[in-house]
Design a protein around this ligand. Structure first.
Ligand code: PHE
Length: 481
């Protein structure tokens, strides 16, 4: 590979960028609502177990593959394992393109909400569910009375364009520089809102729900949700960390970096819960209801704005505006990484010019996202898919369907990656790559732990769970267990 494919300036740059990829809508949008639906603390425990036992080893493996091969996802598998294994890289690149297609739509919503709250019109609402429903179907309302055009088409186009501008600047000047600003800002906003939310009435009831496990709430579904969420949240199973790992210098420590990235991502998910549940329980107290936490996907778009409006016009704008700015930052550092995966493929493996490919791919992904954008009610066919293959009474929409399929493919991708390392590339080669930048590694416990988890635990457990997750999706869990 040519040397001008780019590098991170050092370990900190890489860690910030990879943590930026990991920290995203998955942490702030998905994690709190999944925890809300899956019994709070018990979900947190399952999630942590998945990160420790399965995700960390997979992450180390992915980074090592990328750095050893010094190429994109497809190029890396091809180089280390032959053409056939290259298909696994292609599978990951496609998964990334589909993730980005719907992810950018949700990021556009967050951007729109940021504007609506900052301009104040959202805070005067009385029906937040109704607002959300109208908002997501507002594809082209350029004649809006709100002072600006509330068009999801524009919001998500702006988001994609921002992503493309950053990625087109390259690894160090674009990706690394953007993350160096947005990641610290994200932590500051997050901690600021947590401190505020903990001072609200009934906040402690939210903290209890979140931190004290109620084991009677445990269901097998919690394991599936926790596992899929952990893969999604840590950006695993689709070659993102192979690509970022390929820009890591040989002198930078892989296992420590992976540990810091995992901890950073998990801590943001944890903190997002600590921010959301006190707010939610404050609202439950205020409205004298008790089922707000289980709101599902619209949790941050319907429930939180209601809370911000309860805070009054000024404070609501400040806290609500900061919250959605936080979501935008988190989403942007992830969309950057999602776009970089296919871009790297065309630059490395197909020798295409970076800037051109960035804009071509951004355009393609944007168009691929249009069905997701109109699937929230505007186009009835996409709102309740007629061919929806999954079990469940209410047939779901295209966006949810694509998100589900992507979640499953990440778990399968992680499983195949661990098989690749243990059966094809060989674990010794992975160890050798790690040892290049870690003198104590060869005699460490970590080496044994990674050998054991990547050779035995990850292929079997992820293999079984992949099958179960597919069966559960297509045939329903109740018929199974
Ligand atoms: N990890 C990101 C999030 O939590 C999403 C993502 C998945 C990014 C896969 C890159 C690759 O929002």
């Amino acid at each position: 590979m040519s040397d001008n494919r780019g590098n991170f300036s050092g370990r900190i740059g890489f860690i910030l960028a990879a943590a930026g990829s990991a920290v995203g809508l998955g942490n702030i949008w998905k994690f709190p609502y999944l925890a809300g639906q899956n019994g709070g603390a018990i979900f947190l425990l399952v999630y942590l177990a998945c990160v420790f036992l399965l995700c960390y080893p997979v992450m180390v493996g992915e980074i090592a593959i990328g750095r050893a091969a010094n190429s994109d996802a497809n190029g890396s598998y091809t180089k280390l394992g032959g053409k056939r294994w290259g298909a696994l890289g292609t599978f990951g690149i496609l998964a990334g393109i589909f993730i980005l297609s719907f992810y950018n739509v949700v990021a556009g919503w967050a951007f729109g909400y940021f504007l609506h709250i900052s301009f104040g019109d959202l805070l005067n609402e009385t029906d937040f569910g109704g607002f959300f429903g109208a908002f997501v179907n507002d594809i082209m309302d350029v004649s809006s009375t709100k002072g600006f055009a509330s068009s999801n088409l524009i919001f998500s186009a702006v988001f994609m364009a921002l992503t493309a501008i950053i990625v087109s600047q390259g690894v160090q000047k674009g990706i690394e520089a953007a993350n160096k600003i947005m990641m610290p800002a994200l932590y500051v906003i997050l901690i600021g809102i947590i401190i505020y939310s903990l001072t609200l009435p009934n906040a402690m009831s939210g903290v209890k729900f979140y931190l004290i496990p109620d084991f009677s709430e445990f269901r097998i579904q919690t394991v599936f949700d926790g596992l899929k969420q952990a893969f999604f949240s840590l950006s695993l199973g689709m070659g993102c960390l192979i690509t970022y790992g390929s820009y890591l210098k040989k002198t930078d420590n892989i296992s420590k970096s992976a540990a810091i990235i995992s901890i950073a991502d998990t801590s943001v998910a944890f903190l997002a819960g600590l921010m959301v549940f006190p707010l939610v329980h404050f609202l439950q107290w205020k409205l004298q209801v008790d089922n707000v936490a289980t709101a599902g996907p619209p949790l941050i778009f319907i429930v939180l704005p209601q809370i911000f409006s309860e805070m009054g016009p000024l404070l609501g704008r400040i806290v609500g505006g900061s919250f959605f700015l936080l979501v935008c930052f988190a989403a942007l550092t992830s969309t950057i990484s999602l776009l970089e995966v296919p871009v790297a493929y065309f630059v490395d493996s197909k020798k295409m010019p970076r800037k051109t490919m960035v804009w071509v791919l951004a355009g393609v992904v944007f168009v691929l996202g249009l069905p997701s954008m109109v699937s929230q009610g505007m186009v009835p066919l996409l709102n309740k898919l007629p061919f929806y293959p999954f079990i469940g009474e209410n047939k779901q929409d295209w966006l949810t369907f694509v998100a589900d399929m992507c979640d499953i493919s990440l778990v399968i991708g992680g499983c195949l990656m661990s098989i690749f390392i243990s059966r094809r590339w060989k674990i010794e080669n992975m160890h050798a790559e790690i040892e290049l930048s870690d003198v104590g590694y060869s005699t460490s416990f970590l080496k044994k732990y990674l050998t054991f988890t990547i050779t035995y635990i990850a292929p079997t457990l992820l293999g079984v769970l992949s099958v179960l997750v597919i069966l559960e999706k297509f045939f329903g869990l109740s018929n199974l267990i």
